[in-house]
Write a protein that binds this ligand. Structure first.
Ligand SMILES: Cc1ncc(COP(=O)(O)O)c(C=O)c1O
Length: 353
């Protein structure tokens, strides 16, 4: 008899790689992963090239220089900084460090699609709580916290709806949730927000908060897999114990450090993308496409029954978006060319409607 995987994995979806056309450069616009449309800055590329010459060396088990730089920048002790191969890697550390089989993990839905997967891999029970008008319903989430709840995952701003929670509401929520419940605040898109709360401030105030951030989105380093978080020492130590040794590659570390040094230039890029996002939304709304305001680098089109058909039309035009069947389309803000193409296609679709 062959080895039998854990039964908990039966409900975990198996990722099947996409056909090459979806990945080919130039064939299409990749608007389905909320990537940055810009290649790394010249100063970051130069550092990547230099670091590539040492690719035959292992990186450090934990990237000490990056941890020190992040700690200094955030004003937190180095012991409280956690790193991982993307922030999604830190979720795996959370699953291993915190969750026991049978525990419950509460989160809003739709939200980051890793949430139920992380819970299930640990044998925990996912407890999704519907968004209210596209926003986290913190009161309903608090109601679903029971003695079995071990963690709450909050995505702020939320993927896929692009909405942020209200700061007072979140403080009230954090005060109401027992301190024994870990609250993971995923801030992958916070740099694009004008109103998102500051998870690092919340970690200072509430001992059960882990704030997760990433170099993948605003910093444009998704391909190098560098994520980080801050948590109080008892939690951060547990998360570090569960990290894959050398999980953050040496090139990623150098690129992340160079990006921190290039913050003013990167902030300009973020400001441009925010302006592009707002202009794209305005152009779509003008053409009758329902698009709520976004605090992120993507737009949410709650097209419900029309979503599948519209995503297919966009795809035929080389605009690859993320479809939530029967619910909506998530569309990353891209280059000027991609955004103009989106407007062109949707103008035709909605004029015909
Ligand atoms: C909410 C959220 N968190 C985390 C991630 C993953 O980021 P990383 O590249 O740091 O693993 C994503 C990626 O789309 C995301 O949307």
């Amino acid at each position: 008899m062959t080895p039998v995987p854990r039964a908990a994995l039966d409900e975990v979806p198996l990722y099947v790689p996409k056909p090459p056309v979806a990945r080919a450069e130039g064939v299409s616009h990749r608007l389905f992963l909320n990537e940055n449309p810009y290649a790394p800055l010249p100063s970051v590329l130069a550092e990547i090239s230099r670091a590539a010459l040492t690719a035959h060396h292992y990186p450090e088990i934990v990237p000490g220089e990056l941890v020190a730089a992040l700690a200094a920048r955030l004003g937190v002790p180095e012991s409280d900084v956690v790193t991982g191969p993307g922030s999604v890697g830190i979720y795996q550390q959370v699953a291993q460090a915190i969750l026991e089989p049978g525990d419950e993990v509460v989160y809003a839905w739709p939200s980051f699609e890793a949430f139920p997967i992380v819970a299930r891999i640990a044998g925990a029970r996912p407890v999704p709580v519907p968004l209210r008008d596209g926003v986290h319903d913190l009161a309903a989430i608090a109601d679903r916290v029971t003695p079995r709840t071990r963690a709450v995952f909050l995505c702020d701003p939320n993927n896929p709806t692009g909405t942020s929670v209200d700061a007072d509401g979140l403080s009230a929520f954090l005060s109401a949730v027992p301190e024994s419940v870990l609250v993971v605040l995923d801030e992958a898109y916070r740099e694009y927000s004008t109103s998102a709360v500051d998870g690092v401030e919340l970690y200072r105030e509430y001992p059960n908060v882990v704030a997760l951030r990433t170099f993948s989105k605003a910093y444009g380093l998704a391909g190098l897999r560098v994520g980080y978080g801050v948590a109080r020492p008892a939690i951060s130590a547990a998360l570090r114990k569960c990290a894959v040794p050398c999980g953050v590659g040496g090139i990623g570390v150098r690129a992340a450090l160079a990006s921190l040094a290039a913050e003013p230039e990167l902030s300009e890029r973020v400001a441009t993308l925010k302006a592009d996002r707002d202009a794209l939304r305005a152009a779509l709304v003008e053409r009758g496409v329902p698009v709520p305001p976004s605090d992120t680098n993507f737009l949410w089109l709650p097209l419900e029954s029309r979503a599948d058909e519209v995503a297919a039309v966009l795809e035929r035009a080389g605009l690859l978006t993320r479809l939530y069947p029967g619910v909506g389309i998530r569309l990353t803000v891209g280059t000027a060319e991609a955004n103009a193409a989106v407007v062109g296609v949707l103008e035709t679709v909605f004029a015909a409607a």
